[in-house]
Structure formats: structure tokens, C-alpha cells
Design a protein. Structure first.
Length: 235
């Protein structure tokens, strides 16, 4: 298992400060959620974690080791984007198993993994289809199914559940946490039903972390107007 530590992360584009000194520590195996209004820097922060963008200042440490200068392929991180990035010429089952096949996972083990994740994400009936035959929400579930069995220890989901309805987002979050098992999980979430099931929340505003803690500490102890789409917990 790998822990993740962000130390005074800053990002500037010209004269515009996007991130203004972010300090976050994620324990190995922890499920962390980032929340905040559009433009607060959540996606920029995830891109820096994954190595897709470079911080202006600060450090990214995985398992206690600085990876700031490492190429994305050298980091112990797998990332799911809002755009899904599925292989259009492969079936759903092939998309899910591709990474395992590249790592030489035996076919019997791959087949069992496909059935397990498909059942939890309720996509068994889609396994023979190709991405072009799926809805946006279905493609998101396939993209998430693929990352669950990645060999990286840190999973990062950038807006990866935004096209899902409330119930399906909760289903996906539970599946990722269940199947990811020992993996460290970081996700941008938009609904209280998802946030309620995480280990810790970091609330961002204007490039800063303004509050962090458990669901009870951050959400239940926060006055009305928290910067997320606070849908009813009963929905």
C-alpha cells in the first residue's frame, strides 16, 4: 500500500494563482474526497498528483518518496478522467481486462475479475458491447471498472462520476472501495451520498483547503451553503 503526501503545492499560470499552498496527507488504503466549487483547483491538483501537470512549488510524495520529477508512468498512480478514454475497437470486457492482460494475469483470473466488477457495477449485460454503443454513464462505469484492477496502488478519479445519477454514483463509489481493497483512493465528488461513505474530506475554495476532516466534522458540522451540490441524503 502507498500513502500520498502533498506538501505546500502551488500552481501559477502567469499572474494567476490556481493553487495557493495545498497540504494533504492521505494514509495508505484511505478513501479521500475533494469537494468545492468549479474553478477552485480540484482537477489541477489531481493532474499534479498524477504527473500530468507540474507544480510551481511544493512536493508530491508517494510512499514517502518524492515523485515531483517522475514521469506519470513512473508514479504508482492510475487515473480515470471524465472523458473515460476507452478503446473504441474493444468490447467492454476487453477494455476492463486489457491492463491485466498486459501484466500477464492468467485468463481464468481475468475472467473472474471481469465478472466480479461487472456484477458490482451492474454492467454484466454490456460486456459484449463496444464503447460507441454505450451511454455516457455506462462508459463511465466501464472506465472505472478498468481502473479497479490496475496494478497501481493509488487510484485517482477526476470528475469520473459526474455523468452518473445519485444512486449510481453511490454504487460506483462503494464498488471502487470494495474492489480496490487496499488501494488509496482520491475522488472528486458532487453528492453527499458519496461523501458520506469516504474516510476523509478536503473542502477547497479558491485554490486553498478551507476545511478537512470526516463527514461528520466537515458536512454535519458545517453551516448551510457548503460548496458542493448538496443533494438530500435521502435522494
Amino acid at each position: 500500500m502507498s500513502s500520498l503526501e502533498l506538501v505546500n503545492i502551488k500552481k501559477r499560470y502567469g499572474d494567476l494563482d490556481i493553487l495557493k499552498g495545498i497540504d494533504i496527507s492521505v494514509e495508505a488504503g484511505e478513501f479521500l474526497v475533494l469537494v468545492g466549487p468549479s474553478g477552485c483547483g480540484k482537477s489541477t491538483l489531481l493532474n499534479i498528483i498524477a504527473g500530468l501537470d507540474t507544480a510551481t512549488g511544493g512536493d508530491v510524495r508517494i510512499g514517502g518518496r518524492s515523485v515531483r520529477d517522475d514521469h506519470p508512468s513512473e508514479r504508482d498512480i492510475a487515473m480515470v478522467f471524465q472523458s473515460y478514454a476507452l478503446y473504441p475497437n474493444m468490447s467492454v470486457a476487453q477494455n476492463i481486462s486489457f491492463g491485466m492482460e498486459m501484466r500477464k494475469v492468467p485468463k481464468e483470473e481475468r475472467d473472474l475479475a471481469i465478472q466480479e466488477v461487472a456484477k458490482l457495477l451492474q454492467i454484466q449485460h454490456l460486456l459484449a458491447r463496444r464503447p460507441g454503443q454505450l451511454s455516457g454513464g455506462q462508459r463511465q462505469r466501464v472506465g472505472i471498472a478498468r481502473i479497479i484492477y490496475h496494478d497501481r496502488e493509488v487510484l485517482v478519479l477526476d470528475e469520473a462520476t459526474s455523468a452518473l445519477d445519485n444512486a449510481t454514483e453511490l454504487l460506483v463509489s462503494d464498488a471502487v472501495k470494495t474492489l480496490g481493497g487496499h488501494k488509496t483512493l482520491i475522488i472528486i465528488a458532487h453528492r453527499l451520498s458519496t461523501i458520506e461513505h469516504c474516510d476523509r474530506i478536503y473542502m477547497m475554495e479558491r485554490g486553498r483547503v478551507v476545511k478537512s476532516g470526516t463527514y461528520e466534522e466537515v458536512v454535519l458540522g458545517t453551516s448551510p451553503g457548503i460548496p458542493i451540490n448538496a443533494e438530500s441524503r435521502a435522494s
